[in-house]
Design a protein around this ligand. Structure first.
Ligand code: TXA
Ligand code: MG
Length: 316
């Protein structure tokens, strides 16, 4: 088992020695290592069992440090950075030579983000290198939003988990790239598309459904809760189901299944609250007595778009 604690110095020391450490961010927990050290990057891929064609995000705490690892920052990226950094937004930008190809899976762009979680920021401010940090889950499973989630699945693969409480956003960062004059959203996440469009005009949403190495990581089964899952009208789908072995993930309403089989994402209809709860809801459905999960789509706006995307992938 890994140690769970609040010791930033200890995390710094491990990371400076090329080890991997789980860290809190406002979106989800990350499995961090020195982004400029191939040995550390390899440890991350191995611990997650992640294919090396699926590149990692580099995390830094200042715009200056972003400039050290990318070539040019387009005008629109500057506008978005000003508005949303630190925060749940990742940019794909042309990488400098010093960024290892292993980090970007050989692609010419590197993914970079300034997180806003105070512990992540404090840790990053004490480091002279960026941190590569994919979500701290085994490849193909739901992202962790607490230190305990990390412990449950990767606890035997690392020595230290920096605890920062429950992730405040609850879904991963929105990923955007810049092509010609167009802003392209590659992953729906914690920064709302509407908020991005308010600043830079219409964007293209190009969320990948397959394991296309050109825009990797958006594998369909990425959020698999390990149970068969059906999306749609919960009431109707419950009619033919055995309620004892059926789990329900709903937006606001309770359904007639045993209490332990049910998660209401936000009884008051708050999409932010629903986002904070979605990944622990999917984890909860991984109980041995649950054989089938019924869930419904949320309003397809704001954070609802990112939540619906994760539900859709989980239900494949
Ligand atoms: O919120 C987040 O982004 C969290 C926290 C820890 O920061 N991190 C995260 O990392 O979700 P990960 O590795 O689970 O997802 C990163 C996604 C993957 O789908 C990957 O394929 C994509 O970003 N990505 C990374 N670098 C890329 C690149 N150079 N080009 C295209 N896609 C890239
Ligand atoms: Mg991930």
């Amino acid at each position: 088992m890994a140690e769970i604690g609040n010791d930033i110095k200890k995390a710094n020391k491990l990371l400076s020695n090329g080890e991997i450490v789980a860290i809190p961010t406002e979106t989800v927990y990350g499995l961090a290592g020195n982004a400029l050290d191939e040995g550390a990057i390899l440890k991350i891929y191995e611990a997650k069992n992640r294919p090396k064609f699926d590149p990692l995000i580099a995390h830094v705490d200042t715009f200056d440090k972003v400039q050290r690892i990318v070539k040019k920052i387009p005008h629109q990226a500057k506008i978005l950075a000003e508005a949303f950094w630190p925060g749940p937004l990742t940019f794909l930008l042309d990488k400098q030579e010093l960024v290892p190809d292993l980090l970007t899976s050989g692609l010419s762009r590197v993914a970079v983000r300034i997180p806003r979680h105070p512990i992540a920021r404090e840790l990053l401010s004490t480091l002279s290198f960026p941190l590569a940090a994919p979500s701290a889950n085994p490849f193909g499973y739901v992202s962790p939003t607490s230190a305990q989630h990390v412990q449950a699945q990767l606890g035997d693969r690392l020595s230290y988990i920096l605890d920062g409480g429950s992730s405040e956003v609850g879904v991963e960062s929105t990923i955007v790239g810049f092509e010609e004059d167009e802003v392209v959203v590659y992953r729906l996440g914690g920064t709302k598309v509407e908020d991005i469009e308010a600043l830079v005009g219409d964007v293209k949403v190009q969320v990948n459904e397959s394991s296309n190495p050109a825009a990797p990581g958006m594998l369909k089964s990425h959020y698999s809760p390990g149970r068969q899952m059906i999306m749609g009208n919960i009431e109707a789908n419950l009619k033919n189901a055995d309620r004892e072995t059926t789990g329900v993930i709903s937006y606001q309403k309770e359904y007639n299944v045993p209490e332990g089989n049910q998660v209401v994402l936000s009884s008051v209809g708050d999409l932010g609250e629903a986002a904070r709860n979605i990944f622990s809801a999917l984890r909860k459905m991984d109980q041995s007595h649950i054989e089938l999960v019924l869930a419904e789509y949320l309003p397809d706006e704001g954070l609802g778009r990112a939540i619906n995307d994760r539900l859709k992938r989980a239900a494949v």
